[in-house]
Design a protein around this ligand. Structure first.
Ligand SMILES: [Zn+2]
Ligand SMILES: [Zn+2]
Length: 385
């Protein structure tokens, strides 16, 4: 997959009509939360509770949820790292247990979401409102659902195709047979099916659906305002770390969604841990100068908007000041980026020298200085920027 496949391309297709209703999806997704809300308290009221029910449900929820974020999303849809076949196999089984279609179908839709974010061909276009992007999009047939032209890499992966073929069988084993079997062990087959099967699937569904709905509504846009994606730690808490969605849409190939080590992103921690065990490799990170270039563009947009709106009489003077500070940041960023490239080359060849390390540090310091000067314009500008 080329990186351009994941860029936001504004292609609006106003003539696109929603396909006919798929009743199986509509009924299951609409009724399963209601049935769960009714059956769970009723079961506990009449049969009492057993600790193994909740523990198994939570463990299987982690399994399924991480299968989606670590597997379907960051490994298969974005190829943000590579994985050992055992890791892939587990991710595919876990992903199937979340009952969100096969990795192939899921990834094809998700790549379309990134390529056409907020436009006609985005399957879960957030501009159509909360409920559409949350789950209504699944109620309708999509003529492109079986279009796998954007996932040739996955079609060539025998493990992915194995899951595609046996998706329902895997889901049946993990979602029904395993809960039933564990339930028999404690004399509560129905209770376990209810807790670790149905309720856990409903919970996993709603958490994943929030990535397409809430993560495009709640939060801030520190990286880009090109689309509706937002960064929100609250969303991160309910989506296994996918809440830093503005960062993710800006740098979709990065294996992290939460950039800082303390950002709640269990998927990132698991992939990193897998790397230490030799199960995941080639973890892709966006280099700091590339990230700061986006921050620079974002701040420039804010400055320009503020200048035009609030000080039109001093428009050209302030534009010139902002642009010259921006140019200086760009220059220092480019030098820093070159130095880092030189450093990485030297690491590969085992030729890192003291002077090279020093020049990398120097170039970073120069960038920081220019960035501060650029940001300080907010204080002197006679408007809130
Ligand atoms: Zn999104
Ligand atoms: Zn994504």
């Amino acid at each position: 997959m080329s990186s351009t496949d994941l860029q936001d391309t504004p292609t609006t297709n106003p003539s696109q009509k929603d396909g006919p209703i798929i009743w199986s999806n509509t009924l299951f997704l609409s009724l399963s939360p209601i049935i769960t809300l009714f059956l769970l308290p009723t079961y506990v009221y009449f049969q009492g509770h057993h600790w193994a029910l909740t523990v198994t449900a939570v463990l299987l929820w982690f399994f399924a949820g991480l299968g989606i974020t670590v597997g379907y999303h960051r490994l298969f849809a974005h190829r943000s790292y590579e994985a050992h076949p055992i890791w892939k196999f587990l991710a595919l089984v876990a992903g199937a247990s979340a009952l969100q279609n096969s990795a192939l179908v899921w990834s094809a839709s998700h790549r379309r979401h990134h390529k056409h974010t907020d436009h006609g061909e985005d399957p879960y276009d957030a501009t159509r409102g909360f409920w559409w992007s949350h789950m209504r999009w699944i109620f309708h047939a999509n003529e492109r659902a079986e279009d796998f032209s954007n996932v040739p890499d996955l079609k060539a992966d025998p493990l992915v195709m194995w899951q595609q073929k046996y998706y329902w069988a895997i889901a049946f084993i993990v979602d029904i047979l395993i809960p039933l079997g564990l339930g028999y062990l404690i004399g509560r087959p129905f209770g376990m099916l209810l807790f670790a099967g149905l309720a856990r699937i409903v919970f996993t569904h709603q958490a994943t659906f929030c990535i397409n709905s809430l993560c495009h509504i709640i939060g801030t846009q520190p990286w880009s305002s090109k689309n509706t994606s937002k960064d929100s730690w609250i969303c991160a808490l309910i989506t296994f770390g996918e809440g830093y969605h503005n960062f993710h849409h800006t740098f979709p190939a990065d294996y992290r969604n939460g950039l800082k080590w303390y950002h709640f992103d269990p998927a990132k921690w698991l992939i990193w841990g897998g790397n230490k065990l030799g199960l995941t490799t080639n973890l892709k990170r966006t280099e700091a100068p590339v990230r700061w270039k986006k921050r620079l563009e974002r701040q420039m947009d804010k400055y320009k908007e503020a200048i035009v709106q609030t000080i039109p009489e001093a428009n050209s003077e302030w534009n010139a000041r902002v642009e010259s500070a921006c140019l200086r940041v760009e220059e220092t960023l480019n030098i820093w980026s070159d130095k880092l490239r030189e450093y990485h080359r030297a690491v590969k060849q085992g030729e890192v020298t003291e002077s090279l390390l020093l020049s990398v540090k120097e170039s970073r310091r120069a960038w920081k200085h220019s960035w501060r000067a650029f940001m300080d314009l907010r204080k002197t500008m006679p408007i809130p920027a």
